[in-house]
Design a binder for this molecule. Sequence first.
Ligand code: SF4
Length: 510
Amino acid sequence: MNHSEKYLYCKIFDKNSDFVIWMAFPGIYSFSMSSLGFLWMYKTIDTLNGVNIERICSDTKTTRYRISDVKIFGFSFSFDMDFLTIFAMLNKYGVPIKSRDRVGLPLVFAGGPVVSANPEPYKEFFDFFIIGDGEDVNIKVIEICKNNAAKGKDELLKLLSNVEGVYVPHYPQRVKKLTKKLSECIYTPILSENSFFKNTFILEMSRGCANRCGFCLASYLNLPLRCVPYDELIKTIDYGLKHTNKIALLGAQISAHPHFHDVCNYIYNKIKNGENIEMSVSSLRVDAITPDVVKTLVASGQNNSTLAIEAGSERLRRLINKNLNEEQICNAVKICKENGLKGLKFYGMLGLPTENQDDLIAFVGLAKKIKKENKGFDISFGFSSFVPKPHTPFQWCGREDTKLLESKSNYLKKELHKLGIQVHISSIKWDYWQTVLSRGDASLNDFLLEVYRNGGKLGSFKAAASKYKLNTEYFAYENYSLDKKLPWDFIDMSPGRKFLEEENKRLFAT
Ligand code: SF4
């Protein structure tokens, strides 16, 4: 046990049980301790009788259990490139990377947004996948594995394939994505000095986002928007404040919570009454910025915030369903400045479908206007490039050519620098490979293993693609026709493919 950790629940250690689970995070310890989903899943299992669980991170040095004791080895899979660390972790513990090369236990599984959206590029590596919100299904999976311990791997997998939300590649069938009701509030169950967000009590206010921007997996994967009831939120905030003064409110669209302002006021009043509270929020939508919200952030120690505006022009923002006009953006900046924030970072996306030079010019024009109207206020920009994601209305849209995106990126850097604005743009080349993984199919499995074996750098992707004669440009650049069969069609996710097709047509007709 790590002595800088503080458990906010009673763990159950069952010395008579030999049923051991490893829950693995494909990253270093400090990041794992700020991953709410990972920690909550761990806590859920750690409070079960008859099961012992251990957390494993990429920098874990020693383990309490040996791999030969482990019955289930589960990975959280949140980012496309996590596969590299997952393979390295399997390798470190002597577990063959391909499922067919593993004899007997442990069963290796993955859950998280990447594999919930499209598990096909990874289907040969995992025995099963959890599709969607996994909090409850994990318990079912464990029960099945415990109650059928005498059965062989194949029989166990057959049983698991009948559980809603579990996809077993060996027994392929349609899988329904799991959607959890948020009646209880999920929070950081273990505080850590060594967490990336040191000793911070993160609580989930809402899950999903009703805005449905055309490119946004976070929204489409988590529909409908679910909000934790107000009383439950307040109870959880009070509980967290008994253990730390650092609170973070989490949710893709927390400002859409019907009681977001009440929660801010609740915390603001506590601060005004002398409590030392540091509060942060994940991100805010432009249309949620009000003087009260900003005052609460400032009173609780936040100096800067981020606003995602995605596109430079109103035309393109309308097309992607981010219906913000310039006046709303400028007004939000003014409110932030007047109520005490020191600066704002704007997020944008390059290469969104139909983007042209006028849209880039509009970005620069908007930045110029904001800068001029808010002298002394710190403005910066961050950009990534468009990566089409499964289950979104833009899943059929190819990505722009890398060279063209790089010239757009250079243009923005040059023009924004001229205005004295800091700019950070994600690597266009890495975003290309992300797209290949995002829209890939089962033909990618050997390719991914080769990439890992060759070191996982950019050059390894190119070399592996050429070894397997993989047409990666097809996955990345091709504009698919709306009737194309897609690798992830077998995942049953609301609102469903028909809706996505209609939404695609509606957005492009805007
Ligand atoms: S507002 Fe943000 S979280 Fe919501 S759909 Fe748009 S990009 Fe996604």
